[in-house]
Design a protein around this ligand. Sequence first.
Ligand SMILES: CC(C)(COP(=O)(O)OP(=O)(O)OC[C@H]1O[C@@H](n2cnc3c(N)ncnc32)[C@H](O)[C@@H]1OP(=O)(O)O)[C@@H](O)C(=O)NCCC(=O)NCCS
Length: 172
Amino acid sequence: MRPIKTKRLLLRKIDREDVKDMFEYAVDPEVGPKAGWLPHKSIEETKRVIEGMIISNEVYSIVYRDKMIGTIGVHTKNDKKYLGYVLNRNYWRQGIMTEACKAVITYLFRELNIDVLYISHFIDNYKSEGLIKKLDFELVGPKTDIVNGEPKQVLEYKIERYRFERKMLTWQ
Ligand SMILES: CC(C)(COP(=O)(O)OP(=O)(O)OC[C@H]1O[C@@H](n2cnc3c(N)ncnc32)[C@H](O)[C@@H]1OP(=O)(O)O)[C@@H](O)C(=O)NCCC(=O)NCCS
């Protein structure tokens, strides 16, 4: 993973120094649970999460005006690459995650040469659904994931290379 710059953002590897900024949004009940994790209870928990993310080497910090305001990353499950993201609530609805996703998706197809990228959201997460549709992912279908020991209905989508190349033309 190399750092990526966009018009407003710097996407770079997550760092131990992000702990205070991550804790700020990780305690928010409207953030983690929408992405499948429980709100953090202490800054020590956030430190442990960051250590895990550093080891996985799959997570970018989203930096806006010198502040870490969220993460975007790709994890592999059953040989499929999934995009995932969360953003501090104070920065919602400003096109920030659209901007971060376009940059990461372009990097994955153009530089890491992936052929297909998956994404999923809980059935009631209409915000993420809107973003996924805006990015032109196509619906694969519903499925059930076990999240924190509970079955949860999710919708899964994918974008293949040809579809990315076509959509990308409108991203310039
Ligand atoms: C989902 C999330 C990342 C969106 O980030 P964002 O930067 O606010 O999204 P954008 O401003 O780029 O919006 C992109 C599209 O998403 C949809 N959307 C985002 N916020 C929305 C809202 N509050 N209401 C309705 N649609 C919304 C819209 O379709 C929007 O496009 P539009 O502005 O042209 O209508 C953010 O709400 C978040 O962090 N939520 C909690 C964690 C989460 O759900 N993670 C995803 C798990 S699958």
